[in-house]
Design a protein around this ligand. Structure first.
Ligand code: VGL
Ligand code: ZN
Length: 202
C-alpha cells in the first residue's frame, strides 16, 4: 500500500477512447488490467470522465465545413476540433466495462460547458476555471498524484502539468497510458511534462 498522501488519478478510460469508440486511442483498452491492479495500492482513487453536451464547441460537427482534427482559435487559445465523443449519458461516455470503478471515491466530470473544453482534471482549457479536484485532494491530505489513462498527450498530460503547477508531486505511468499522437503531440507533451518536473515512469 502506498502512503495515504498518494492518490491515483485515472483519466478518461471511457468507451469512446477505446477501440471501436468515436475517438479511439490505439491500444486504449490494453491498459485497463494494469490500472485495476494499481487501484489496490492507493487509498485515494479518483476517476475522470470526459462529459460533453452534443453542442460542445470542441466537436468538428458543430463547426460547418471544419474537418475533424483541424485546429481553430477559441477565446482561451487554440483548440483541436475532435470527432463527436463522450456525449453526456451515451454509451460512448460510459467507463469501459472492464474498468473496475468500485474502488474510486470520486468521479470528476469535465468538459460539460458547451463553450469550453476541459482536458485537465483540475482546470478547464482556459487554465483558470477549476473543477474542484485540487480542493478535494488537499482537504484529504494528498500531496502526491500518480496519473494513468487516456490520452497521454492530451488529458493525462494536461492533468499532470496542472498537478505539478499546483505543487503536487506528479508521476505519469506511461505504460498505463496510451496516446493520440496528433502531429507530434506526444513528443511535445512529454517534453513539457519533463520540463515541469513531472516524473515519467513506465
Ligand atoms: C481527450 C481529446 C478530447 C482525452 C478528451 O481524454 O485525452 N482528448 N477529449
Ligand atoms: Zn473531449
Amino acid at each position: 500500500m502506498r502512503p495515504a498522501t498518494d492518490a491515483l488519478i485515472v483519466i478518461d478510460v471511457q468507451n469512446d477512447f477505446c477501440p471501436g469508440g468515436a475517438l479511439a486511442v490505439a491500444g486504449g483498452d490494453e491498459i485497463i488490467s494494469r490500472i485495476n491492479g494499481l487501484m489496490d495500492e492507493f487509498a485515494t482513487v479518483v476517476l475522470t470522465q470526459d462529459w460533453h453536451p452534443a453542442a460542445h464547441a470542441s466537436f468538428a460537427a458543430n463547426h460547418p465545413g471544419a474537418a475533424p482534427f483541424s485546429l481553430i482559435q477559441m477565446p482561451y487559445g487554440p483548440q483541436v476540433l475532435w470527432p463527436t465523443h463522450c456525449v453526456i449519458g451515451t454509451e460512448g461516455a460510459a467507463f469501459h466495462p472492464g474498468l473496475c470503478t468500485d474502488a474510486a471515491q470520486l468521479i470528476v466530470r469535465k468538459g460539460f460547458r458547451a463553450e469550453i473544453d476541459s482536458y485537465s482534471a483540475f482546470f478547464e482549457n482556459d487554465h483558470a476555471t477549476a473543477t474542484g479536484l485540487e480542493g478535494y485532494l488537499r482537504s484529504r491530505g494528498v500531496t502526491s498524484v500518480t496519473l494513468v489513462g487516456l490520452a497521454t498527450d492530451y488529458c493525462v498530460a494536461y492533468s499532470a502539468l496542472d498537478a505539478a503547477r499546483l505543487g503536487f508531486k506528479a508521476t505519469v505511468l506511461e505504460g498505463a497510458c496510451r496516446a493520440i499522437d496528433l502531429n507530434g503531440s506526444l513528443a511535445e507533451a512529454r517534453d513539457r511534462m519533463r520540463a515541469a518536473g513531472v516524473a515519467l515512469e513506465d
